[in-house]
Design a protein around this ligand. Sequence first.
Ligand code: SF4
Length: 484
Amino acid sequence: MKLYLRGHEDRYAVEQLQLALFPEETMEPVDAPFAGDGAVSALSRGSVYLTATAKITLHGKTAFAMRRVKRTDDVPTVRRLLQNTYYAAAMQLRQPPEWGSLSGVRPSKLTTRHLLAGGDAAGADRLLKDAYHVSPERRRLCIEASLATVEAAKRLRENDISVYVGIPFCPTRCAYCSFVSASVERLKDQLPPYLDALEKEIAHVGKLLQQSGRRVRTLYIGGGTPTTLSTVQMQRLMDAIAAHFDLTDLIEYTVEGGRPDTLSLTKLKTVRAMGCDRMSINPQTMNDAVLSCVGRRHTAADTVAAFADAKQAGFEGINMDLIAGLPTDTPDSFASSLEQVLALQPTNVTVHTLALKKGADLFFDRLRLPTADEVRQMLQGAERRLRAEGYAPYYLYRQKYMSGSFENVGWCKPGFLGLYNIYMMEELHSIISLGGGGMTKINLPGGKLERFHNPKFPQQYIERIEDVLSQKDVAFALLCRSTR
Ligand code: SF4
């Protein structure tokens, strides 16, 4: 679907909204007027008013909207004007989406900000309803996640940070994956030099942490699938972390087991003995036919066995991920997957919605994907069952290209908030990320953020490790100048 801007350059704001409101249409930015289907977002600046218009033509039907505000240079106000105008036009052509005109990745940041500034849940609800047209169900999720965030924020002090360590390797590549993760089947040789480089970065960051006097509160080893590492490699990695980081004040240490086929009792015991207290074991579905379809070489039985091993190894906090919208899956089969997961009684369940981004294997063309309505049924059923079992939502986020433009929600039993997920997603404090693809985010005064990217691919990371270390010096210098 074409998108042409006239009189403004906030392409991101309008593009995100168009993607969210018309997920079935391919985005096609254009820089000249056109005829036929597409959208035009325009802004004119008068001496008293800013006037925005949006004209959208789809399948031969045209909708038009105009909105104005008192002239201002305030970027968020202008952005809201453009988005509200586009939304008003779009609503003449389609049903209101669940998230209304909210198109960002972190919808709960709005309500969290409202609550942290002293507002209450009723005010947060009005904000989502009146300014963004969010549905009652999504408002409830959002506000509950924000209330959990407020609780998590109480555990933080001025100098706290969290650390992410990335292992961008997986046993095989899932068909829906758009992450840079490398399959160890293909790139086995890169693992040892990758770990060498990562150890260098761990040692360097350890020094910087000590000099800066920052406390590490949560530590997350993610991927990829970190447990793709052998038990010996896992021990080596966690030894390096323990040797160089002061973990005295750590309140949560997570390892993403991810794929059950990478977990053994010995490996789990090793990880637990190194201080990790939270494990993620992600079946995605408990339907073996669907697992096989998406190229995950494990079965539901492997997940059950890995869960039992994790319990035996002493893990209390265990998260399990499911994905709604996988190819060939149905609402009944998804509900059955959830029941099998609930029977294991994990402390956390994260319900994702499939997001098929560029980079995912194209073979999806040949498979039946659940419709947006089926995905809605899956999510509604999951919410009902999770609430009945005593779980509550504690964090949520959205991605581009999600089925039905829904969301991913982390659910937990009382007392089992996934703190790293909250701190990272709500951007409550700085996150130092190590390893290939890691993104360090330094929180600056005034709610601003500065991002530092490590090279994406393992080989680049290995080759450019000295640059990575220098960049960490810059990030920490900035961190020390900031307050939180
Ligand atoms: S486990 Fe996750 S990161 Fe690895 S290939 Fe599958 S989707 Fe990608």
